[in-house]
Design a protein around this ligand. Sequence first.
Ligand SMILES: *Cc1c(COP(=O)(O)O)cnc(C)c1O
Length: 392
Amino acid sequence: MNTNEKTIEKFDKHVAHSYGRYPLAMKKGSGRRCVDENGKVYIDLGSGIGTNSLGYCDEKWADAVCEQVRTLQHNSNYYYTEVQAEFAEKLCDTAGYSSVFFGNSGAEANECAIKVARKYSFDKYGKGRHNIITLVNSFHGRTMATLSATGQDVFHNYFFPFLEGFINVEANNIDDLKAKLDDTVCAVMIEYVQGEGGVNALSKEFVDAVYELCAPKDILVIADEVQTGVGRTGKFLAGDNYGKKADITTLAKGIAGGLPMGACLMNEKCSGVLTPSTHGSTFGGNPIACAGGIAVLERVTSEGFLDEVNKKAEFIKTKLENCSEVVSVSGLGLMIGIQLKSKKAADAAREALDRGLLVLTAKDKVRLLPPLTIDYDELRDGLDILIGILEE
Ligand SMILES: *Cc1c(COP(=O)(O)O)cnc(C)c1O
C-alpha cells in the first residue's frame, strides 16, 4: 500500500463521506505546484477552489501569518485587536465600503448578508418585506439559509423544511425580474459570474436592470463575490467590471490566501443595521486569518498586479480557443469555464490528475481558478497538459 492509500483508508474511516474525492492525498505545496504523498508533483490550476490566491505558502504571506500566530492567535470579539482593525480598514477602503462583518466562510458571509437585508427592511418598513430574489443556477452555500437561497433544485432535497422567503428569477431575464420585484422583496442577490453554476457571467443589460429596478424601491442589491472577489476577475471586485457597487458584497474563498475568512461588506446605508447581539461569530475576524488577509490585500492592490491577472486571462483564453475540442471559453479574468465538444469535463479532470495537473469542473465545464500569482511558464505547462488531453 502506498502512502496515499494509507491516508485515504484512515480518512474514509473517520471523515464524513460528504465529498466525492479524488484518490490522492496532498502533502505539501510551494508556489503554484503541490506534491502528493507519493511524491508526484501537480501544477495547480484550481488553487483549492480559488482559496490559495497567492499560491502555496507564499513567503510574505507565511511570514505575516506565522508572526501573528506567535503574537496573538485569537481573542474574543468582545475585545478589540489592531490586526482586525487594520484588515477592516484596508478592505473597506479597497472595496469601497463603510463597514464589514467578519465570519469564517462564504456561507457565513452570505448568512450575514441575508440577515442584514432583512433587518434593514424590517427596521425601515416593518414586517412582510422579507423576500430575497436569487437567481436560477446560483450557488450561495451549504447552511440552511444559503441552501434555501441557492437557485438549484438539486440542492433542495433531504433537509426539509427549507427557509422561506427566497424567490428565484432566471439569470439575464429582465421580464422575469420585473414580474417578481413586488413590495414583499427586500433584496436581490446575484453572483456577477455564477461559479458553481457553470462559470456564466451575467449580461451587462441584466445587471443594469437589477440596479435600475431596485434603486427607486429601496430594494438592496447583494453581490455574492465569494468566488469572484479579491482580484479573481481582474478587478478587485467583479462588480467593478460592470461599473456597479452593491449595497452589500460578500467575500471569502481567496480573501486570506487559504485561511478561513468570510467578509460581509456593507455600504453606509446598511452599516447601522447590525447592533449589539444581533449577529456574531466566535472565530470571525480571527487575528491569524486577518494577518493573512492583509498580506493578500497588499499583493493584490500592488502596482500592476491586476493588469497581470487580465493579461494572463487573455493568454489562457487565446490558448484554449485554439484547441479543437473547445467549444467556448466563459467567465471573467482568472475565473474560466471551458465548454467541451465531445469529452466529459469530469473525465478530463481525472485524466489531468494522472498527468500532474489539477483542474476543477463546474456543471459540464472544465473550470480553471489558477492562483493569481501563476507565471506564464506554469500556465504554458499546465495548459499544454490540458490541451493534450482534450485533443487526444
Ligand atoms: C464557494 C461559494 C460559497 C460558499 O462558500 P463556503 O466558504 O464554502 O461556505 C458561496 N457563494 C459562492 C458564490 C461560492 O462560490
